[in-house]
Design a protein around this ligand. Sequence first.
Ligand SMILES: C[S@@+](CC[C@H](N)C(=O)[O-])C[C@H]1O[C@@H](n2cnc3c(N)ncnc32)[C@H](O)[C@@H]1O
Length: 287
Amino acid sequence: MLAAQSKTAAEMLADADYEFLRRLVYEHSRINLGSDKRALVSARVAKRLRVLKIGSYREYCQMLKSNPGSEETGHLVDVISTNHTHFFREEKHFDWMQTVLLPEWLKSHNEGETFRAWSAASSSGEEPYTLAIVLAEFFGLSGKWTIDATDISTRILDRAGQAIYDAEKLAPVHAELIRRYFQRGTGEFAGKFRVKEQLRQHVRFQQLNLLQPQYPFSQPFHLIFCRNVMIYFDRPTQETLVGKLSEQLEPDGHLLVGHSESLSGIRHSLRQLQPAVYLKSATSSRR
Ligand SMILES: C[S@@+](CC[C@H](N)C(=O)[O-])C[C@H]1O[C@@H](n2cnc3c(N)ncnc32)[C@H](O)[C@@H]1O
């Protein structure tokens, strides 16, 4: 039944309209939709047709063409992009932070220096809040650490800022950590949990397109998480992005990518320490 429905939807999205949407999404976000993604695009764009009460894909494309640079392009990218994430995703990264990165960082930095981290495709907040839990466990809630969390999607950032999660989303979080860092909802929020204010205040969310020419940060980071987003970009875009992220790192800073996103095959100046963990060091050389 589902297959039949999406086939019908795909048929309704004409070749020229699919090509137009595919190109627009690429120009705006560098998300590279192959020819096999037409059913997905049809289904996702259908949501926008319902919201805007537009009767056809053709009409929707015409609206986009006659309003270039409109907010709707952002909504389009929003429905197309995949926001899948969860707490303690790719847990090895967080284990490595606790056992290697943070103890070493403490030894080599002045007391009183702030540890700065960036979650560069933060989605609905599970990644930056996991990072916050790990940093709070290490430095304490009143310790000096900050997290910038950014995403292209304002819709998903609104959710991240609310920091309210269904109980089942907390399955990967240890019971003791839930007790320390989450507040149980009551009344209309029964069955939900909210990240406690003392943890939230370390995390600052803002909208950022990783492709934009300039990033708004005043200081470089000790740690950047850019996980499970590069996989949607083509090689030249990945290479440019890794170069830009490297510039945002302190000389001894680390870049973490998703475990399915090796940087092999692209030119960069970082040293790989282990799968999906890269170091910017004075001795790094361009390959
Ligand atoms: C699959 S989620 C990954 C979330 C998290 N990093 C993780 O690994 O669980 C990918 C996120 O990248 C965001 N994204 C896609 N293109 C982007 C771009 N050009 N700039 C910034 N964020 C982007 C999407 O909105 C989405 O929230």
